[in-house]
Design a protein around this ligand. Structure first.
Ligand SMILES: [Zn+2]
Length: 163
């Protein structure tokens, strides 16, 4: 999945990583002759690549960004009160992840695509919703569930500067 570069940071070894709009980070090392990214070595070069896209394997794998925090949650729905919008293909916005959490029963969760991928969610198997990826749910009988939305923490803790 292609994701836009929204910023940069360095790992403990000083290697540069790009921050993507999905919440994942990806190394952008310049290692000639194997990987040629001379742009990653200068502030101007990195600046020039803001907004460009990289292929995010972690999104393909549905890996939930560990630093993301929940900021909104739906009411609890059951098989009779599932909003129609959830039964049709829909997606979250850029940078918004969600978890479909079951309290009871089961729910069929389908990620659109060719072919669509369906899994049955249960109280021990929640669904991960990847930003901007179309999906829908279908009732399979009695169920109680809610959806929790996650985004990047709005005021990330600043690591104190070393003097
Ligand atoms: Zn990603």
């Amino acid at each position: 999945m292609q994701r836009s570069i929204i910023g940069y940071c360095q790992d403990d070894a000083g290697d540069w990583k790009a921050e993507l709009d999905c919440g994942h980070f990806q190394h952008i090392r310049h290692q000639p002759p194997f990987i040629l990214r001379p742009w990653s070595t200068t502030p101007e070069g990195r600046e020039s690549k803001l907004g460009q896209t990289l292929h995010c394997v972690l999104c393909d794998e549905g890996a939930f960004p560990p630093s993301f925090e929940t900021y909104k949650q739906t009411p609890i729905f059951d098989q009779n009160t599932i909003p129609k919008g959830l039964l049709r293909a829909h997606s979250t916005k850029k940078g918004v992840w969600a978890k479909i959490v079951l309290l009871e029963g089961s729910l069929l969760y389908t990620i659109e695509g060719a072919p669509p991928q369906s899994t049955t969610l249960t109280p021990t198997a929640h669904g991960v919703v990847v930003p901007e990826v179309e999906h829908h749910v279908a009732s399979e009988g009695p169920v109680r569930f809610y959806v929790a939305f996650y985004k990047k923490p709005s005021s990330p803790e600043q690591s104190p500067h070393k003097e």
